[in-house]
Design a protein around this ligand. Sequence first.
Ligand SMILES: [Zn+2]
Length: 213
Amino acid sequence: MSVPLRGLPRYYAFQDNLIGPDPMADGAQDWPAWNDLPNTLSPLRPLTGWRYWAVVTTDGGLVAPFSTKVIWSPGINRSSSLACQVRHGRHPMPSTRENPCRCGIRVMQSLTVLRAFAARQGQGKIGIGKPRIGPLAAYAEVNVWGRVAPFAPEDDWQYTLRAEFAEIVSLHLAPTHAMHAEALAERYGIEVQLTKPKTRKASEPSDNYESEH
Ligand SMILES: [Zn+2]
């Protein structure tokens, strides 16, 4: 008989079950192993990940899924560390018991993982009593740089990177949200695509990307 999992191993197993057998099946981004991740990335050599938002219907804004107050700005977005429990150093930093930093703009390593994560968010509630945003309404490839850190294990899913700076590379809208394409393109000054992104499959096994936490 197997021993029931507790704590972090249980949370990882929960995520793995929703993600499926190949986390890098669709839209895999080339990221280094967490052990090889520099603590700072040059804007000239960013990493790219996936992110998603709700769409504000009044003026075509993009809103982060976990706080209705955070609206994505046109151009470069910078993570705030105002609410961080850690009062020293640059942010984000690796999240440990001593330094429980939760800062950083989150991106995920593949569309497979992002879809699994987003589908799960559709089942909860956010602060103001509306359902979380659910499956990918608006999602994008996002370049990240500056200070970077692996996912905070207690808060984030695996395959999530936290970064100081982020900028949308290409924005995709689900067909259900096509009516917002023009407003989004104007507000953010970027091309908005209504087709599925062309993605590639990772050439390396996903074992390379397992967390060291
Ligand atoms: Zn922090």
